[in-house]
Design a protein. Structure first.
Length: 267
């Protein structure tokens, strides 16, 4: 295949970027998209030009590092990660636009590499459980209903790639945050911090400059792991419960106190 790529080049976080055009000839249709970029970089290096900076690690669809906007779509034409996209998804002679994730909370470091540290800070704000140290507990010590285990596992497949943010017109990271809330909130081990978790993670999400969710659904359309919008409903239910009832289990709400009315002593 012979293709042309138009790639976002930006020397550093403060420089003005622009699209640069490169012809890439003799590409195999069996190459992954990242291998095509490797070939282009090899050619750029050999002729003394600065190679294009882009992120990748596992190249197996599991680490979430390889986010690129390809022809205006996060991860490109297939609902998968960029590393799992192959050149056979394009046609000989195509011109392909390649840009970094676009979101205020993901500043560009160089070319196609963005800083996704905001996701780490959201996790630090609550995406964990407290577990006693010591020897491993018996595997059946804490029974988990099969349905909950399956749904928690599905939510845990979120790889933190950030495609949901890049696709959202609001630049919201609610799908990512909701996947973590759902994963831990469905398991017994996640219950002690369930409500402080949702408050902390959503506060950090907002502090990082991510936008709010308005149920547009672009996030789920590009999510390579199929995290559903329903997870955001679950996050919202936990958040409302935490903020209004201090985390008592929905819908068993704590009594609403009226202005000026003394609370009945608990007997
Ligand atoms: S929810 Fe999906 S798109 Fe968003 S970070 Fe997780 S895997 Fe990526
Ligand atoms: S490089 Fe790890 S998911 Fe693509």
């Amino acid at each position: 295949m012979n293709i042309t790529v138009r790639v976002w080049r930006q020397a550093d976080p403060y420089a003005n970027g622009k699209m640069a055009i490169y012809k890439v000839d003799d590409i195999s249709e069996h190459m992954s998209f990242l291998e095509m970029l490797d070939v282009l970089n090899e050619r750029l290096t050999l002729r003394g030009d600065d190679p294009i900076a882009f992120d990748s690690d596992c190249r197996e669809g599991i680490c979430g590092m390889c986010g690129l906007v390809i022809n205006g779509v996060a991860h490109g034409p297939l609902q998968t990660t960029t590393c799992q996209l192959h050149m056979r998804s394009f046609k000989d002679g195509d011109t392909i636009d390649i840009e970094p994730w676009r979101a205020e909370a993901f500043p560009v470091i160089k070319d196609l590499v963005v800083d996704r540290g905001a996701f780490d800070r959201i996790i630090q704000a609550g995406g964990y459980i407290s577990a006693p140290t010591g020897t491993a507990p018996d595997s059946h010590a804490t029974p988990v209903p099969k349905r909950d285990a399956d749904r928690a596992f599905d939510a845990a497949t979120c790889i933190g790639c950030g495609a949901c943010v890049a696709a959202c017109p609001n630049g919201s990271a609610m799908l990512f945050t909701a996947a973590k809330i759902t994963h831990l909130g469905l398991l017994p081990q996640g219950q002690p911090e369930r409500y402080s978790r949702v408050v902390g993670m959503v506060a950090q999400h907002d502090d990082e400059g991510f936008g709010g969710c308005t149920n547009i659904g672009e996030c789920t359309a590009v999510c390579p792991k199929g995290i559903p919008l329903e997870s955001i409903s679950r996050l919202n239910r936990d958040l409302i419960n935490a903020l209004t009832h201090g985390g008592s289990h929905w819908p068993k709400a704590a009594p609403v106190r009226e202005e000026g009315v003394e609370e009945e002593p608990v007997v």
